[in-house]
Design a protein around this ligand. Structure first.
Ligand code: T46
Length: 133
């Protein structure tokens, strides 16, 4: 399974906490894009796609949601609910996001600029691509 949870570098003192991520140092890629997801709703699902050539780190800045991760053989679930933890998802991993808490906010660091052509949005096509590898 091409994903892992990463404990982020945290600096904490009596003022609060600060987390930091440096590309190619704390995570295995240079950061080319940052986006965030907010105003989420518990009954709405997102994701349902894989990336041919994109790596990402996802951090739940506030609230919680569940990720379903699927490499075409196995399917596992991971809860993201802490701003000190990043979920690394590598290439060719199907992901679904669900069970958003109200107001959950996700920040995503991406290894590439946005390119819709690089998405695999059909599960059958994803399985076909995996089996051809
Ligand atoms: C992912 C999960 C975690 C852009 O124009 N530029 C962008 O950089 C992004 C990320 C999206 N978009 C457009 C494409 C769609 O018209 O924003 C719209 C919503 O994107 P999407 O339906 O892909 O959103 P999610 O939440 O299903 O998936 C997103 C990322 O697209 C995806 O890479 O891994 O978050």
């Amino acid at each position: 399974m091409n994903y892992k949870l990463i404990n982020l570098n945290i600096f904490g003192d009596n003022r609060g906490k600060l987390a930091v991520v440096e590309g190619n140092k704390d995570i295995p890629f240079e950061i080319k894009r940052v986006y965030w997801i907010f105003d989420t709703l518990p009954d709405q699902e997102r994701g349902k796609h894989a990336h041919r050539d994109l790596e990402q780190i996802i951090v739940a800045m506030d609230g919680a949601c569940q990720f379903v991760l699927d490499d075409g053989i196995k399917r596992e679930t991971v809860w993201l609910n802490r701003p000190d933890t990043g979920l690394y998802i590598g290439k060719n991993m199907w992901r679904e996001m669900r069970h958003f808490s109200y107001g959950c906010k996700l920040m995503i660091l991406a290894s590439r600029h946005y390119d819709e052509k690089e998405y695999i949005r059909d599960y059958d096509e994803f399985i076909k691509i995996i089996n051809e590898k």
